[in-house]
Design a protein around this ligand. Structure first.
Ligand code: NAD
Length: 258
């Protein structure tokens, strides 16, 4: 199949819905094989069926994975390598939004957020590396957030976790460069994007008011769509970005320009 990422074999975490599903779908549309991994196994199985119907059997595979669990990472990557005939790219996307007051935040809750948002990226990069090495050129895309670059008053764990993803991405980039691996690593930093991650706010104040409230904070005057992030992921996985590593793409409607 022709396409901007034809021949790429991409492992995407958190692929059952939201940005992960959008990125995996866009990658499959541009010719990649995709391994869809999520704690929501039914969700990734449904998306894999859909993509295989659209792009032909063998375009997508589904794997159960809790990204905080090292043994599950090792098993899922081995299975994806077997299914796709290699793994040449990794999208570390699974993550949780989290807000709360510094003094109220329990240590266990802090650790839960750090584990899902940061341990995941470390474990994924560490255990995918041998497959990426065997399938160069490779690319790692880590989904941080604009909240990893700009702090809020009420998101200590989210801010810290996403900032860690930002610098860990650069560490991985320099590690690969130093080892002379043709494997790039970059981060993407979205602001509010229209996915189920916003459901809690929608439920609290209503869908229309939620989107309007968030849009008021964005210079472009609207929240983003999953395709805004998926387009950047396709670029970073493709060889169009072959000289870009240790870098970040902000998809924030201008927030960080203020
Ligand atoms: N949507 C936004 O506004 C926004 C903005 C900035 C950054 N992000 C980041 O983008 C990523 C995806 O966000 P989204 O909006 O698609 O969220 P979402 O809640 O819609 O989807 C997250 C997916 O991750 C999966 N997941 C959660 N914990 C997991 C675990 N332990 N193991 C495996 N999978 C797990 C969920 O099952 C779900 O399918 C997250 O890292 C989030 O922090 C989102």
């Amino acid at each position: 199949m022709a396409g901007r990422v034809a021949g790429k074999k991409v492992f995407v975490t958190g692929a059952a819905q939201g940005l992960g599903a959008a990125m995996a779908s866009a990658l499959a549309a541009e010719g990649a094989k995709v391994a869809l991994a999520d704690i929501n196994q039914g969700g990734v199985e449904a998306l894999a069926r859909d993509l295989n119907t659209k792009y032909g059997a063998g375009a997508a595979f589904a794997f159960a994975l809790d990204v905080t669990d090292e043994a599950q990472w090792i098993a899922a990557l081995a299975a994806a390598n077997e299914a796709m005939g290699g793994v040449s790219a990794l999208v570390n996307n699974a993550g949780v939004a989290h807000g709360g007051d510094l003094e109220q935040l329990e240590l266990a809750e802090w650790k839960r957020v750090m584990s899902i948002n940061v341990d995941s990226v470390f474990l994924g990069a560490k255990h995918a590396m041998k497959y990426l090495r065997d399938n160069q050129p490779g690319s790692i895309v880590n989904i941080s957030s604009i909240a990893g670059l700009i702090a809020n008053h009420n998101a200590p764990a989210y801010n810290a976790s996403k900032a860690a993803v930002w610098l860990l991405s650069k560490n991985i980039a320099l590690y690969c460069a130093k080892k002379k691996f043709d494997i790039r690593s970059n981060s993407i930093h979205p602001t509010f994007i229209n996915t189920p991650i916003l459901d809690r706010l929608r439920q609290a104040i209503g869908s229309e008011e939620a989107e309007a409230k968030l849009a008021r904070q964005v210079p472009l005057g609207r929240i983003g769509q999953p395709s805004d992030v998926a387009n950047a992921a396709v670029f970073l996985i493709s060889d169009e970005s072959r000289f870009i590593t240790g870098s970040e793409i902000k998809i924030d409607g201008g927030i960080s320009a203020m």
